[in-house]
Design a protein around this ligand. Structure first.
Ligand SMILES: [Zn+2]
Length: 126
C-alpha cells in the first residue's frame, strides 16, 4: 500500500555556477511541489500505512520555512547574503547552492542533518 501527500511552496534563489547566465546572476523564483510517498506492507495499530498527522507536523514546518522565502547559499558573497537578510523577512541559509534539483535531497536524503542545520541558522537570526 502506498499513500501520498502533496506540499506546495514558492521560493526564490540565485543558482551560482549555473551554466545559464540569467539563473546564476539574477534572483528569480519557482513554484515547487513536494510529494511524499509512504509504502508499507503492514498497517500500524490505527490500521493506517502512516499517520498523516505525524507526517504533516514535521514536514509542514520544513516546507513552510521555504515558502515565500529566499534560499541563500552560505558560501555565497557575504555582502549579498547580508543584503538579502536585511531586506527579506523570510530567508533560509543553506550549506549548498540551491537549484530545483537539490530540494528533494534537502527534504528526504539528509532531512535530519538539514533540519538541524536550518534550525540552528534560524535561531541565530532571531
Ligand atoms: Zn531557478
Amino acid at each position: 500500500m502506498i499513500i501520498r501527500k502533496l506540499f506546495k511552496f514558492e521560493n526564490a534563489h540565485v543558482v551560482r555556477g549555473c551554466s545559464t547566465f540569467r539563473c546564476r546572476s539574477s534572483i528569480h523564483g519557482h513554484s515547487y511541489k513536494v510529494e511524499l510517498l509512504f509504502e508499507s506492507n503492514f498497517l500500524d495499530n490505527g490500521q493506517m500505512v502512516y499517520d498523516f498527522g505525524l507526517m504533516k507536523q514535521n514536514m509542514k514546518a520544513i516546507v513552510d520555512s521555504f515558502d515565500h522565502a529566499i534560499a541563500l547559499w552560505d558560501a555565497d558573497d557575504k555582502e549579498y547574503i547580508k543584503d538579502m537578510q536585511k531586506h527579506s523577512l523570510r530567508w533560509v541559509l543553506l550549506p549548498v547552492s540551491v537549484c530545483r534539483t537539490i530540494f528533494p535531497h534537502l527534504f528526504c536524503d539528509d532531512r535530519q542533518t538539514f533540519a538541524t542545520y536550518k534550525q540552528r541558522k534560524w535561531r541565530e537570526r532571531c
